[in-house]
Ligand binder design. Structure first.
Ligand code: AMP
Length: 327
């Protein structure tokens, strides 16, 4: 169920002079595109406001500019009359630099999110709607409805978010509204999807070889496909745990309903990236803490082979339940 609508976000933004935008840990195109797209829109439409962005993008999307602000370099006067905004996330353990929020630096907090989770942070304003294909679609939707001006820079960031989180307009969540927002983005002078599509389409040779290996070596249990990206495999292909993570390589092969990447992290935990084409998987993922996400795209944390096996068994049971209810 959606909580509130775009107007609450616009009203909150209009109320405060100083705005601080956060993204989630292990950032992706959507949280980064939402964060920087919103920053550009606010700068363009409310030039008197001060906008700051916290976080980092690591090695992602080098074809766009990611000029983050540093908390320690922000003059304390800007924390007065301030609004902290979390885009594409909600819980403190999912937010990069959540400590700045938990330390109560901001006057009020706003959440703009398309995840159906109940957070531990008390937001003063929330616009949560899991029917949106991307948080960036929500940002574009605010701008479209508020009749904000848009420029090429903002449109590029927002499009990056929509493109990546909708699997290039393939997923179930894509709707007429997604294309209405896309049409609105094209009001920006000189904006072309090609300018994002082309750099996104370049393939790293190491990843191509890794994908080929995954396709030849994945495992199957019932209608669950899975692959364990061990540290040894990361070394073999010279890829980090953040690079050897494209769970989409296993999508929709044969009769599978769910596919999983287990990725060994440097800290010894094993990150599970779970995807589905039919069965809802986020409740299963929530059991493996911290875990959760969308109905058909979620994540979880496991610690050893036994827990990996348990997660696969749980996913298999969920598929069986789904199939017996849908026959
Ligand atoms: P990922 O596999 O990291 O791309 O995550 C897929 C979706 O699940 C994203 O929307 C994430 O925000 C969400 N997600 C991933 N891991 C977690 C987690 N540990 N807790 C809550 N949500 C998660």
């Amino acid at each position: 169920m959606a909580k509130n609508d775009w107007k609450i976000a616009k009203e909150a933004i209009e109320e405060f002079n100083n705005i601080f935008i956060f993204h989630h840990i292990r950032p992706d195109g959507d949280c980064l595109g939402s964060q920087f797209g919103l920053r550009e829109l606010i700068k363009l439409n409310y030039p008197e406001k001060n906008v700051f962005v916290f976080g980092d993008q690591g090695i992602l999307f080098p074809f766009l500019k990611w000029d983050f602000d540093k908390f320690d370099e922000v003059d304390k006067k800007y924390f007065k009359n301030s609004l902290g905004i979390v885009v594409d996330a909600n819980e403190s353990n999912r937010i990069q630099y959540a400590n700045y929020i938990l330390d109560k630096n901001f006057t009020k907090m706003l959440r703009i999110d398309h995840h159906p989770n109940d957070p531990d942070i008390k937001y003063d304003y929330t616009w949560e709607d899991h029917t949106f294909a991307a948080s960036a679609e929500q940002i574009g939707y605010i701008a479209m409805n508020a009749k904000w001006k848009i420029n090429q820079k903002a449109a590029k960031y927002i499009y990056l978010g929509i493109n990546t989180d909708s699997g290039r307009f393939q997923f179930d969540s894509v709707a007429k509204r997604t294309f209405d927002v896309m049409s609105y983005l094209h009001n920006a002078k000189d904006f072309k999807v090609w300018d994002i599509n082309l750099p996104l389409s370049y393939k790293d040779e190491r990843k191509v070889k890794f994908s080929a290996y995954v396709l030849l070596n994945y495992k199957k249990q019932g209608k669950v496909l899975y692959f364990h990206v061990t540290k040894k495999i990361q070394r073999k292909f010279k890829l980090s745990s953040d690079e050897a993570n494209d769970v989409g390589v296993l999508s929709n092969i044969g009769d599978c309903r769910v596919w999983v990447f287990f990725i060994d992290l440097p800290d010894g935990n094993i990150r599970a990236r779970v995807r589905s084409n039919s069965v809802w998987i986020n409740k299963v993922c929530e059991k493996y803490k911290p875990g959760g996400g969308h109905e058909m795209a979620a994540g979880a944390m496991v610690h050893n082979k036994k827990e990996m096996k348990q997660l696969i068994n749980d996913l298999e049971s969920e598929i069986k339940k789904y199939e017996s209810n849908n026959n």
